[in-house]
Structures are given as C-alpha cells and as structure tokens.
Design a protein around this ligand. Structure first.
Ligand code: ADP
Length: 786
C-alpha cells in the first residue's frame, strides 16, 4: 500500500513543531509545551475536537521556527490529557493517529493554522505478500537482537509487537521505541510504502545494532583488531552517542533525585514509600521515549502532593463556634444547636466516631454554607464534591494505571485539593447518586464513610491505601427518600425547612447584601436597597423556599450598581420599588396567582417536594364516554391510587352528592396536574383531586381563595399528611389565606412561624363532607353557572 492507495482527506488543524522528537501514528507519548504559539495551538485544538498536527523541527534549537524550518510530513494526533506545570508550561499526553502532510499554512500569526492532507487506510484491506512477510520477520529479528544489546528497554516490549499484523504499523511502533536521529525517524515517517518502510527500518536497525555491539565490546574492554580509521570513526560516533545519552541522563538523574528528596521528606506509611520508590526505580530504568514514563511521572506527582502527614489542629471552643454559626447564618436555631452538640461531643471524645451529619432541605436554604461554617468553627480546611448524577464507580475510586489517561478518583483529588488529611469534606446531593451500571458508586461511598474501612481507602490509580479516618464527612440532600438505605443508616439527619418572607428579608439585609457588596468591591455607602424593594424581589422575582435566587438578584443589582458608579461617576445608587425594574427587568411572578374567578373542576392543593412547599392547581374534566379514568401530569403511583380512592368515594356517595349514579359507566374523567419541573407523588393531594372531581361532575365551582391538603380514604375520612409548615409557607407566598388541613395535623401548626400563623385561616377537617362544605360554593351561588 502506498500513498496513492490510501484514502485522502483534508483537515484544517493547529500545528505544533516539536523539538528533537518525532511522533508516529499509534504512539502514545507525552511532551512539554512552553512556547506561546504552541500553547495557543493547543488551546485551539481543545476548542475543536482535540486533534493536532505534530511535526518535527529541522533544528531543535530554533526558538521560533518559520514555515520552512520544520518537516512538512508529520502525524495527526489526539490530545488525551493535559497537565499544567509550574512555570506556565503544559505537559500533554497524545496518541498518534494518521500520517499527514502540510498542504498549506493558512495563518501563522497566533499559531500555525494548517491545511493537512490526512492519509488513512483500512488495516483489513492490506494484502501481505511473501515479500512483505519476509521483511516483517526480518525487522522483528533485528529488533530482538537490538533489545538483547540495549539494556534500557524491557524485553516485554516484544509482547507488545507480537500481535501487530499491519506491516506499516509494525515499522512505526518499532521505530518509536528506538532513539534514532531526527533525520532517521523522519525518513521512516516519510516512507509511505510499507515494504520500503520496513527496508529503511532494517537498514537503520542494522547500523544501530552495529553501534551497540561496538559499545558492548568497549564496555567489556574486549579489543579487537580494527583498522585505525574504522576504530577512530566508531569511537567518535560512540563518543557522540555517549554524550547524547549523558545529556539526557543528566536531566533524568536530576529529576529522579528531586522525586527521591520529596519522598524522603514526607512522613508517609512505609507501604506507600516502598511503592513510590519502586516506581521511581522503574522510571530510572526506562527509556525517556517510552510512553509509560508519563504515567509514572503522573503517579509520583500525586504521591508527593497528597497530604500524607499534613493536618490542622482542631480548635474546639463552643462559644466561638456559636459566634461563627451566628455570624454566618440568620435563624436556624435548632439546626445550630444540633451542630454545637455535635461539635461538643467531638471535644469530649476525640476518638469516638460520631455519626455523619446529613443536612436535608430544599435548595438555597444554607446547607452548604452551614457545612462551611462547621469547618470554620473547627479551624479545618473545607472541600466539597457533588455526587449529582454520578454513576461510575471509577469517578469515586479512580481508574487503574493501565487505562489511557488514568487519574485518581475524585475522593483522592479532593484530598489533594484540601492539602490536609483532616478537612471537613462535604458530599453534596447524596440523594442524586445514580445506582449505575458500572460498579456501584453507592457501595464505594459506603466504604468511604465507614470508619472501620476508610482507614485503608484504596484508589485504583494509587494502588496504596490513603487514610480517610480523620476526615469529617458532612452530606447534603434535598430529600431523604432517594438516599440509599445503607447510607441513610449511617447518617444523622438534620432538616432545614424553607424561610418565610420576613426571614428572607432579614437574611437579605443582614447577610446577603453585605456579602455581595463586599464581593463586588462596594462600600455600604455606595448602594442602598430599600426594605420594600427587597420585599418586592422576594415576592415578584423569586419563588423559592431558600434564598439562592434572591442572592443572585442582589448580586445582579450590585454588579449593575458597580458599573454605574465606575462609568457615570455617581457616588451612591439607591434602589427602591419604583426603580427596581430598571435593574432586574420586569417582575417574573405575580404575587397573587389565585384564580381570578371561582372555577368548576379546578382546586388548589398544597404539595411538599424536595424543593420545599408548593401550590398545585389540580384540574378535572368530565365528559360523555365509557367510564375511563385518565391521569396526566407525571403523577407517581401513590398519587394515582389516591385519585382512584377519591373516585370510589364519589361512586359510593353519588346520591348524597347529587351525581347521577351511572357516571362511572357513561362518563370519562380526566385528572390533570400541571407538570412543573418536580415530580409529584404522595397521598396528600387526595382531598384536592376528589373536590375537583366532584366540582366537575356537579358543575358547582370551587372557592378560589382556598387551598387544601389531606389524604382521603375510600370512606371519605381525611387522614393527616406531612410538611404542614412548608405547605403553609407556600400558600402564604401565593397570597392564599384560607387552608383546609386534616384535623389530626392540628399539632403541626405549632411549627408554623407565629407571624404567618396569625395571618392564616386554618380550617381543620375530619371528612370529605367538611371539605366540600368549605370548598364548594353554595348552591344558590352556583345556579347561574348551570
Ligand atoms: P444549599 O446548600 O442549601 O443549596 P447554600 O448554602 O448554597 O444553600 O445557600 C445559598 C446562599 O444563601 C448562600 O450564600 C448562603 O450563605 C445563604 N444563606 C442561606 N441560608 C442563610 C441563612 N439562614 N442566613 C444567612 N445566609 C443564608
């Protein structure tokens, strides 16, 4: 197969001229990039599809090579991994793919943007005739001979080439192992015809073997009769080779020495030290051309940078801890008390392994920031790792070194980031962990959290245990329902509910605004936001249980205010209800979204989801049909059953409700709950669905100013439900003042903040009759609707 037989295509690729090395197709190798132009080329490659064209400089010493100062035949390569090195240069791991030739340089200002003709061929389509087969055997024998003489390369390499059937690839792979001169490597790269390529390689290998034999003889001090001219010639060549080797070896020796000193300087477990020294020894014996050296370097870098012996000292002072929690958070009194107890226990029994805290609540209620405060209160470092959507065990535990581009998992990466072995380590969104296909991340996590096992946590990449027992783990979740049971058993759950309007106002004024002012480099005098403006942000620009969007809106205002102050030289910006829209745009929510009119077949329920409380408008249509019940809007199983229980109740009581008792045969009923972003389930919409259905079947409208929650039984009894506080807050956010709740939930009203409780009209109900009495409009009002 030659150049003409391969399929050609053109690609536009960034080009990097390499100094003193040639990359062949199929070769995995790393090199360091420091020149500005080359870094720009890398950046461009990463923006595109990680492909780059690598060719070799004619003279390695040229600092800024022009178009004619590098070879135009090179290799298209894929970037596998990049590592920033101290001093701004970048270590790149690449894999050669196909030969290519520069057709045209399109731009050379920023980097060499080049049009490349890429040569590809299908290995299956190659015919191997006797001639080629003979040449392949010949170079394999040469290579074996070479390996016997060269003690720097491991004989194992033969195994790697044994299976190669593609003659071109065989020549390339062998060539990549041998430190030929640049021109010689280039000659092999530029020989497209397979047979010729093998021939060139054979010639070069023979020369190399001859040199090695001479070297061998000199080393053994065996002198043979060589003519003076020959001897001089060979000795000179030999000197050159030795000097070259010495130059490189010198650099390598320095690097090895540096690693050795670093390893010596760290107090690490003996097992780890032995393993690190063993890897160091392997690096020492390996040819620098060999791709695996990159993996060993990465490995050693991780070993010397992990905090084996670094730890902070706990400062446990309950009074100070309380101050810190108060400085960072408004309210949350019982949460703070629980945390202080937790800290106090650690003080009393330092070696006792307390349970792992799990902060549960809707987004933006301060879970993360509480965890940060725990770290601050203890004087510990803080790291955070999100588990959302994680489904591959390797993300936690890393990939084995044999995997291309392998790295330690995120636990070990986070420990390196923490820089100490006893940080506060936050696992965010533990309820979003995917029980995946590839290994089970939950069981890996269980091991991490288990004090019996985490002393010897072993990452696949590191292969040696790292002690996690001093880490203080904290987790967060939106809901406990989807936390794997085994994990939940290990944790102490602390719930954080949502905030009321008043609480949000206080948090905004005392915490969020000062924090954002500081972050935007503003003084308190520069920006004033009136209390009513903040109230308006809470009501008209956000609809949330926490304060995350509220904070984002305040940050927005700060950014725009800072811009005005800098650009228009104003001293002070004041925000009030009147000019708020100029900073935040039109209001996103109407405060009062209650239906304007009393409607038939529509009732307002109250839901409690992972994101806090919410109102839920449930719609029911009834029409002539065959008795089908249709439920739409992503309802969970429990919710469907609850709708069916409601319909059964209606059937059993159709007489007293004034509904034609044949309705379940001649009518279709369609229950719809507008989808929203959050999946809904649970029995607590029972009375709402039943009310909406009765309204639809009787044509009696439902009062629009009322919201309700409660489970319904087949016999129409109303059973208690959860989340009364959150649901009440949600109703309040929507401007609803009358709420129907199950009689047995009476005791939960204590949890509702007094201010809100006083504003609300709670109606306690025991059965469906009472629900209907309050929610359906009286007959005389509804006649006109009939
Ligand atoms: P979560 O982790 O629960 O989603 P965050 O901790 O990220 O929430 O909180 C969002 C923002 O709101 C943070 O800036 C946090 O400091 C602030 N915040 C939340 N609750 C309070 C509170 N009670 N007092 C002061 N700031 C709070």
């Amino acid at each position: 197969m030659d150049k003409e037989q391969s399929t050609m295509k053109y690609r536009i690729l960034p080009l990097i001229p390499l100094r003193g090395m040639t990359v062949f197709p199929h070769m995995v190798i790393h090199f360091d990039v420091g020149r500005d132009k080359s870094i720009k080329a890398l950046d461009q490659a990463m923006v595109d599809d990680s492909l780059i064209f690598l060719c070799t400089q004619r003279d390695a010493r040229t600092e800024d090579p022009g178009i004619d100062e590098f070879y135009h035949i090179g290799t298209v390569a894929k970037i596998k991994q990049m590592l920033k090195l101290p001093g701004g240069s970048i270590r790149v791991l690449v894999e050669g793919i196909d030969r290519g030739e520069v057709v045209e340089i399109l731009d050379e200002d920023e980097y060499f943007e080049s049009k490349i003709e890429v040569f590809q061929y299908e290995p299956e389509e190659i015919t191997i005739d006797k001639q080629i087969e003979g040449a392949m055997r010949l170079v394999i024998t040469d290579f074996e001979e070479y390996l016997v003489l060269n003690n720097k390369l491991s004989p194992d390499i033969l195994l790697a080439i044994a299976d190669i059937e593609d003659p071109g690839r065989l020549a390339d792979v062998i060539a990549s192992y041998i430190s030929f001169k640049i021109e010689e490597h280039q000659e092999i790269l530029e020989t497209f015809d397979f047979y010729e390529r093998l021939e060139v390689l054979h010639r070069l290998l023979k020369e190399e073997i001859e040199l090695l034999e001479i070297e061998d003889k000199i080393n053994k001090r065996v002198k043979k009769q060589i003519t003076k001219v020959q001897k001089e010639y060979y000795l000179k060549e030999q000197m050159k080779a030795i000097q070259k080797e010495l130059g490189e070896d010198g650099e390598l020796a320095e690097e090895i020495e540096k690693y050795r000193e670093e390893i010596d300087g760290i107090d690490m477990p003996e097992e780890v030290r032995q393993k690190a020294l063993k890897e160091l020894d392997r690096l020492n014996r390996m040819s620098p051309q060999f791709a695996e050296t990159a993996v060993i370097r990465t490995y050693l870098d991780w070993i010397v940078e992990l905090p084996w012996d670094k730890e902070t000292e706990d400062k446990i002072d309950i009074k100070k801890a309380r101050d810190i929690l108060n400085q960072d958070h408004y309210g949350l009194e019982d949460v703070k008390e629980r945390i202080l107890e937790f800290i106090a226990i650690r003080k009393l029994a330092t070696r006792l392994k307390g349970p792992i805290l799990c902060l549960v609540g809707p987004p933006g209620v301060g879970k993360t920031s509480i965890a940060k405060s725990i770290a601050r209160a203890l004087g510990r470092e803080f790291v955070r790792m999100s588990l959302g959507g994680m489904r591959d065990e390797a993300e936690i535990r890393g990939h084995r070194k044999t995997y291309v581009g392998a790295m330690p998992g995120r636990i070990i990466s986070s420990m390196r980031k923490a820089g100490v072995k006893n940080p506060v380590f936050l696992f965010d969104e533990i309820d979003k962990l995917d029980t995946g296909f590839r290994g089970d991340p939950a069981s890996a996590l269980l091991e991490v959290l288990d004090p019996e096992q985490n002393v010897t946590f072993t990452d696949h990449f590191l292969e040696v245990p790292f002690d996690l027992s001093k880490v203080l783990f904290v987790t967060t979740a939106n809901t406990v329902n989807s936390i794997p049971r085994a994990l939940l058993d290990r944790m102490e759950v602390i719930r954080i509910g949502g905030y009321t309007e008043e609480e949000k106002l206080r948090i905004a004024i005392d915490y969020l605004l000062p924090k954002q002012l500081k972050e935007h480099g503003l003084e308190e005098g520069n920006l004033g936001i009136s209390e009513n403006a903040i109230r308006s942000i809470v009501n008209h620009y956000t609809r949330e249980a926490g304060v995350r969007t509220l904070e984002r809106n305040i940050a927005n205002i700060c950014r725009k205010a800072a811009k005005r102050i800098v650009e228009s030289n104003v001293k002070r910006v004041r925000i009030n209800v009147g000019n708020l829209h100029r900073y935040l745009g039109v209001p996103k929510y109407r405060f009062d979204i209650q239906e304007k009119e009393d409607q038939i077949g529509v009732a307002t329920g109250l839901a409690w989801t992972a994101f806090g409380g919410d109102t839920l408008s449930i719609e029911v249509n009834s029409m002539k049909g065959t008795g089908k019940l249709q439920l739409t809007g992503q309802l969970g199983e429990v919710m469907k059953e609850s709708a069916m229980a409601g319909i059964s109740y209606i059937r059993a009581n159709s007489d007293s409700l004034g509904i034609d008792d044949g309705f379940y045969k001649d009518m279709d009923i369609h229950v719809h709950v507008p989808e929203g972003a959050i999946p809904k389930d649970g029995p607590s919409a029972g009375i709402t669905m039943t009310t909406a259905a009765i309204s639809a079947l009787t044509n009696v409208p439902v009062a629009r100013d009322i919201a309700m929650t409660g489970e319904v039984t087949l016999r129409g009894r109303v059973l208690p439900v959860g989340g009364i506080k959150e649901k009440t807050l949600a109703a309040n956010r929507m401007g609803i003042k009358r709420i129907l709740i199950p009689f047995e939930n009476d005791k939960d009203l204590e949890e509702v903040p007094t201010k809100i409780r006083n504003k609300m009209d709670f109606i306690l109900v025991k059965n469906m009759d009472q629900v209907l009495e309050h929610s359906l409009l009286k007959e005389e009002d509804s006649h006109e609707n009939n």
